[in-house]
Design a protein around this ligand. Structure first.
Ligand code: NI
Length: 171
């Protein structure tokens, strides 16, 4: 297993649409393992393949929290098939370090996907896990959480983020 480099906004690859997985081979298993290790190392609660430079419809999520046993979800070709309610929680992203913003999402969702062997799976979620599913699937469409902000908030974000990255380079 290997921890991979996480691409950061404004990397153009993060804006691209990922391709469906059709072959469930060792390379896919390796990528999933690397992504899980990269997510836990960061640490984060979710990671999508484009964030490590692979335009492949694969996400990993673990929202179990530090006190609980791990609950790693490896989801291939994930899709939200049912959704209801509304939630407004603060989100962050490993590709947009040190920036957090409230995003409007569905409160409860059902995600269908294939496991790493290609078997169809279905999982219902609410709260943090539901938000993570929506956030990670967005990545496969080239959408970042900051793309959900109002035009005004987005322009504030761009300025703030640019400044932050400049400070970081100078440090
Ligand atoms: Ni993200």
């Amino acid at each position: 297993m290997a921890v991979r480099t996480i691409l950061r906004y404004p990397e153009p690859l993060l804006k691209k649409i990922s391709a469906p997985v059709v072959v469930f081979d060792d390379a896919l298993k390796q990528l999933a393992q690397d992504m899980a290790e990269t997510m836990y190392d960061a640490p984060g609660v979710g990671l999508a393949a484009p964030q490590v430079g692979e335009l492949t419809r694969l996400i990993v999520i673990d929202c179990s929290g530090r006190e609980n046993p791990p609950d790693l979800i490896v989801a291939v070709n994930p899709e939200i098939v049912e959704k209801e309610g509304e939630s407004c929680e603060e989100e962050g992203c490993l590709s947009v370090p040190e920036y957090y913003a409230v995003v409007k999402r569905f409160e409860r969702v059902t995600m269908t996907y294939q496991d790493i062997e290609g078997n169809p799976q279905r999982r219902q979620a609410e709260g943090l896990l539901a938000v993570a599913m929506q956030h990670e699937i967005d990545h496969l469409q080239g959408v970042l959480f900051v793309d959900h902000l109002s035009p005004l908030k987005r322009s504030i974000f761009r300025k703030k983020y640019k400044k932050l990255m400049q400070e970081r380079e100078e440090a």
